[in-house]
Design a protein. Structure first.
Length: 228
């Protein structure tokens, strides 16, 4: 029988968060003007925090005026996630929400990373792509995100697409939240700058669960297109 993991348990409490997810499924576009670094504390912050957007007004463009080139959009499916400083390279699975429990689904195993399909897709140029992974695993030990708390500002996170494109991000923030106070609406919220958010368990293991959740935010720094 497959060993049971220590569940991440991200409860999507409240109508506001569910409405947020519905909006992401419909559009997967930024709904606010905050960048990834504005959503969380700076990377040196490791203490629990309390629970925490206006749609930008389009600018008119004069006929004949030069416009900025539209950046390319990379649509290939996600293959893996890499964190070079932690020697992490993990297969990525697409996960969603368990309708019966109103919780975000867990990665299948200790070396897997989940990307939540109701959040932004890496490579599209905007939005917040949310991933999770286990910190440890029963009958296995240290899991894929065991050392996530060691990340520092500027450390790289890379998402590799199936066509070989690499979307690279730099860490801007890391925060440890009490399980009962994690602001899921803020953690899941879209961003105008393309970002990734990584989540895992933290704190103490007590009564069958961890007391905190570690959230790391990073913003896109470059895209390395696949070699033809």
């Amino acid at each position: 029988m497959h060993p049971r993991s220590r569940p991440l348990i991200f409860v999507l409490a409240g109508v506001a968060v569910l409405a947020l997810i519905v909006g992401m499924v419909v559009a997967l576009l930024p709904t606010g003007s905050s960048s990834g670094s504005e959503q969380l504390a700076d990377a040196s912050t490791r203490t629990p925090a309390a629970r925490a957007t206006a749609i930008p007004t389009p600018r008119s463009v004069l006929q004949g005026a030069p416009t900025a080139a539209t950046p390319p959009v990379y649509i290939a499916p996600i293959a893996s996630l890499r964190i070079p400083s932690l020697n992490v390279e993990a297969k990525v699975q697409v996960k969603g929400v368990n309708a019966a429990t109103n919780t975000m689904e867990n990665p299948d195993g200790p070396v897997d990373v989940a990307w939540y399909g109701f959040t932004a897709k890496p490579g599209v140029g905007a939005g917040n792509a949310v991933f999770s992974g286990h910190v440890d695993y029963i009958n296995y030990g240290k899991a894929v995100f065991w050392s996530l708390g060691d990340l520092k500002e500027g450390d790289l996170i890379e998402v590799v697409l199936e066509d070989g494109t690499v979307v690279r991000y730099g860490v801007t923030a890391s925060r440890l939240y009490d399980l009962d106070a994690i602001p899921m609406e803020e953690v899941l919220a879209s961003t105008s700058t393309e970002s990734v958010t990584l989540i895992t368990c933290g704190g103490q293991f007590s009564a069958g669960a961890y007391t905190h959740r570690l959230v790391v935010r990073a913003v896109q720094t470059e895209v390395i297109p696949a070699t033809p």
